[in-house]
Write a new protein. Structure first.
Length: 198
């Protein structure tokens, strides 16, 4: 009988695959790479990297002004986990993951998890239309000049959209999803950081 891997083991194995990503990328066809470059994003494959508390880097400090004109400062949210989703409206995998993000926000904001989007491309109109279409109610920061992404200390590549980071209660990156995130993975990763904060 073949042993089943637990979700946590699967996530950890997925993280180890990240080391192989550059080698695998070298095997992709040049037409695929050209297609992605023309689309303005590099599609991730949903690889999840989970970082244990002892391996986490210094806290991130994310600041900006939301589309609604409100100041956002991640340091003011310390003490609670924070989910950061990097997106833009015409990015196909961003549209795929939007229902999962809506569902997770609905459930986990009540548990104390904070949420913010970082939009790498859109003006207020396209961003608002996307949020209305998919029922996204948490704020997003426009980042067309790349300043917010740059403040993430290499945790997100400028053209790797979508990317989702989960920060622990201290503001450190506890997990990263490169590519469209699914609901069960987001829930599993958030459960870990909530348990740590309890």
């Amino acid at each position: 009988m073949t042993p089943r891997l637990s979700r946590r083991t699967t996530l950890r194995l997925g993280g180890s695959l990240l080391v192989l990503a550059p080698l695998l990328a070298a095997c992709s066809s040049s037409s695929d790479a050209a297609s992605e470059a023309n689309a303005g994003y590099v599609s991730g494959d949903g690889v999840v990297v989970e970082i244990p508390p002892e391996g986490r880097a210094d806290p991130l400090e994310i600041r900006g002004t939301t589309y609604d004109g409100d100041d956002f400062d991640s340091t003011a949210l310390r003490g609670a986990p924070l989910l950061i989703n990097v997106w833009y409206a015409s990015c196909p995998p961003c549209r795929v993951e939007a229902p999962a993000l809506k569902a997770v926000h609905s459930e986990y904001s009540a548990l104390g998890v904070e949420f913010v989007g970082v939009n790498t491309r859109d003006k207020a109109g396209p961003a608002a239309a996307f949020e209305e279409t998919f029922g996204i109610t948490y704020p997003s920061i426009p980042d067309t000049d790349g300043a917010v992404i740059a403040s993430m200390d290499g945790s997100v590549s400028p053209n790797a959209v979508p990317t989702t980071l989960i920060l622990d209660a201290e503001g450190r990156v506890a997990a990263r999803i490169a590519g469209a995130a699914d609901q069960s993975t987001l829930e599993s990763l958030l459960d870990v950081v909530l348990a740590e904060a309890a």
